[in-house]
Write a protein that binds this ligand. Structure first.
Ligand code: FEO
Ligand code: CA
Ligand code: CA
Length: 666
């Protein structure tokens, strides 16, 4: 892996995905919402921002007594409620799972999903074949049992985005440029054709596939009658308060109700009535062109970072060009609901739940029957939301639930220093959300969700990612992945670290177990990063080993015992000397804040989608963008996981983790 970033080498190496993410993470929040000043000021040492092996060396030379506890010693303390043997953190070409567990590849990019799917042929990809194969960059995973069987059901998987540089053969070159007086080497993409764009569009969206356990091993059922690919061109409907509004009509859709496709579906959710929720996250990057500053849509698009121009789709499709169809982008940034029991159903974009960069949309049935859906807006200094339906869930009539997400109240969170969180409703006509302030209707409030939340004075967070209600405890976990742009004078109680490189996790306690509560309390569960480096200010328990700490929490899952599992995005040889993975975290009692490493991904990958089957004896995990490190290309990825064949590219894949001999995970 000699092409991995090495800061001592000249020229510098710039990874394409990191560059894209840096662009993506530029805050668009210019609102003057107050921060509360220096409450805790754990400044993170500059030293640890050094790239590559230098940073790893810096970390290992500052290891304190805490970090030299071995996994066995930590277990001897009896503090962790997880009894698996922790694995070693590190970086190499393959995945690792705790001893006594199997992690089997279930589906890889290009795998067949239907009886008539063509074989994966990476040198001769077409949109038509991709539409019948597992898509790229698997992210959210949900499992919907069939007939209540925990060993047989539908796996729903989001395909968030595409990495053209490691997906397409003969499409890149390595170029050098001078940046700030220093020579930088980077991967440059070739000229796009419409065929390549069409493959990208077909590799986005989601997969619904029947799977079952046969002789202890999970496998896809290729003639499953529910199997389906959803892509960036699938017909969908806008539903809820925004449907049919002037601002979502386009030249090709004068009804303002018919949309084609969903994009950048990051995390998601499965509802109590067995539908699949797909979040639309960084949709802005797919739009190109320019929009005049005096155009009525300019301000809200700018607040969302649109047009981002990261993809070339606008070259071939006018709807992705904001200068030609400025309202098309208003039809993205929603939560999409799919009825998985009808493969011909038209997915619905549920506009009542707001428009922003939805990381995920996990939901829970409240004790009064209403459904509460949590969603983070993943940008630096953006917000935490929840949506409460008006109607109650009907457990006896599935059809009665199919449109309940169209009517309800969207709230945005204000985290106060006294430990309360106020959920502020985004309702047209209330408070500042008036016509005089640019909100002429509820549709305006929802299309301009970010601007409406700005007006309410929501708390600017360190990139809210997955938010997970715990049905056992009435608590809710909010992953805040990082925000290196936060300065010391922008600190507040809920975002207590400047230059927050490693993120933190907030625990919300909903009052009296009422998830629909408008006033809750909150606490910081964990400040992430290496606890042996004092300046980092991490807060893992002292029983956490040198393998047990992590940075950049992203997705999470709760097992059937109500225990928290967190997956990460951004740990790599540069930042932490370890790959991303899954850590099991105690939240209760003396063990609170103890974290153990259970699984880790191959080099360059991000860990996504952790999801349990209903008996927690299978843990589905998604390995996203493996091999994407340094100057990664199709020809020269950082690993050829999972096939390790010279003629096979590195492939994102979903794995099913089971315990040898059976039993609950962890
Ligand atoms: Fe798609 Fe917020 O990560
Ligand atoms: Ca994510
Ligand atoms: Ca989750």
């Amino acid at each position: 892996m000699d092409h991995l970033a090495d800061p001592t080498a000249s020229p510098e190496i710039e990874n394409l995905t990191e560059r894209r993410e840096a662009l993506e993470d530029v805050s668009q929040n210019c609102s003057a919402n107050p921060t509360m000043g220096d409450i805790i000021n754990h400044r993170f040492s500059r030293r640890s921002f050094m790239a590559g092996s230098l940073a790893v060396a810096a970390i290992s030379t500052t290891v304190g007594p805490l970090a030299i506890l071995t996994a066995d010693e930590a277990r001897a303390n009896g503090v962790s409620s997880f009894d698996f043997k922790e694995i070693e953190a590190g970086v190499d070409e393959t995945h690792h799972v705790a001893e006594g567990y199997d992690a089997n590849i279930l589906l890889r990019w290009g795998d067949k999903l239907f009886a008539d799917s063509p074989d994966f042929d990476p040198m001769n990809q077409t949109a038509a074949s991709q539409e019948k194969q597992f898509g790229y960059n698997n992210d959210y995973i949900g499992f919907i049992p069939l007939d209540g069987n925990p060993d047989h059901g539908l796996l729903v998987v989001n395909h968030e985005y595409t990495n053209a540089e490691i997906m397409f053969p003969n499409f890149t070159s390595i170029v050098k440029e001078t940046k700030n007086g220093k020579e930088v080497e980077k991967v440059q993409l070739g000229e796009y054709t419409k065929e390549l764009v069409d493959i990208e569009m077909a590799a986005h969206g989601g997969t619904i596939v029947e799977i079952r356990k046969v002789d202890g091993k999970w496998q896809p059922v290729l003639d499953g009658k529910y199997n389906r690919r959803i892509t960036a061109t699938t017909e969908m409907q806008l539903a809820g308060p925004v449907a049919g509004h002037e601002r979502v009509k386009t030249p090709s859709d004068p009804t303002g109700k018919q949309v084609f496709g969903t994009i950048n579906n990051c995390a998601g959710g499965v509802t109590a009535w067995g539908t699949y929720l797909m979040s639309e996250e960084n949709f802005n990057g797919y739009f190109g062109g320019k929009i005049a500053e005096d155009h009525p849509e300019f301000a809200q698009l700018k607040r969302l970072g649109a047009p981002g121009g990261e993809y070339q789709w606008s070259k071939f499709y006018d709807r992705f060009d904001v200068s030609k169809e400025p309202t098309e982008a208003n039809r993205f940034g929603w939560i999409v609901e799919v009825d998985v029991m009808d493969p011909n159903s038209v997915p619905k974009k549920r506009t009542a739940a707001g428009r922003f960069k939805h990381e995920g949309c996990e939901s829970i049935v409240n004790k009064d029957g209403r459904v509460v859906l949590y969603s983070g807006d993943d940008s630096r200094f953006d917000y935490v939301y929840k949506f409460v339906t008006k109607a109650a869930f009907n457990p006896n009539d599935r059809a009665a639930n199919m449109d309940i997400l169209d009517d309800g109240t969207l709230y945005v969170a204000k985290f106060d220093a006294d430990g309360t969180v106020e959920w502020m409703p985004l309702i047209h006509g209330e408070g500042p959300l008036t016509e005089a302030n640019g909100f002429a209707s509820q549709a305006d409030v929802l299309i301009n969700t970010r601007l409406a939340a700005d007006a309410l004075g929501a708390t600017k967070m360190d990139r809210p990612e997955d938010i997970q209600p715990n049905p056992k405890t009435g608590k809710v976990y909010v992953m805040l992945t990082n925000n290196t742009n936060r300065t010391a004078d922008q600190l507040d109680a809920a975002n207590p670290r400047a230059e927050n490189a490693f993120g933190h996790i907030i625990e919300i306690t909903e009052t009296d177990g009422d998830y629909a509560s408008t006033k809750s309390t909150w606490d910081v569960l964990l400040k992430c990063g290496d606890p042996s480096v004092a300046e980092v200010g991490a807060s893992f328990s002292t029983a956490t080993t040198k393998n047990g700490w992590f940075g950049m929490p992203d997705n999470c899952a709760i097992d059937t015992d109500g225990r928290l599992w967190v997956s990460t995005d951004g740990n790599n040889q540069k930042a932490t000397g370890r790959t991303d993975g899954i850590w099991a975290i105690d939240t209760e009692g003396d063990a609170r804040g103890t974290s153990k490493l259970f699984f880790r991904v191959p080099v360059g990958a991000e860990m996504c989608g952790p999801s349990f089957n209903p008996t927690s004896d299978t843990f589905f995990v998604a390995v996203q963008h493996p091999g994407d490190a340094g100057l990664a290309t199709f020809e020269n990825p950082a690993t050829r996981w999972p096939d390790f064949k010279d003629d096979m590219p590195v492939r994102p894949a979903v794995l099913a983790i089971t315990k040898q001999g059976g039993g609950k995970i962890g």
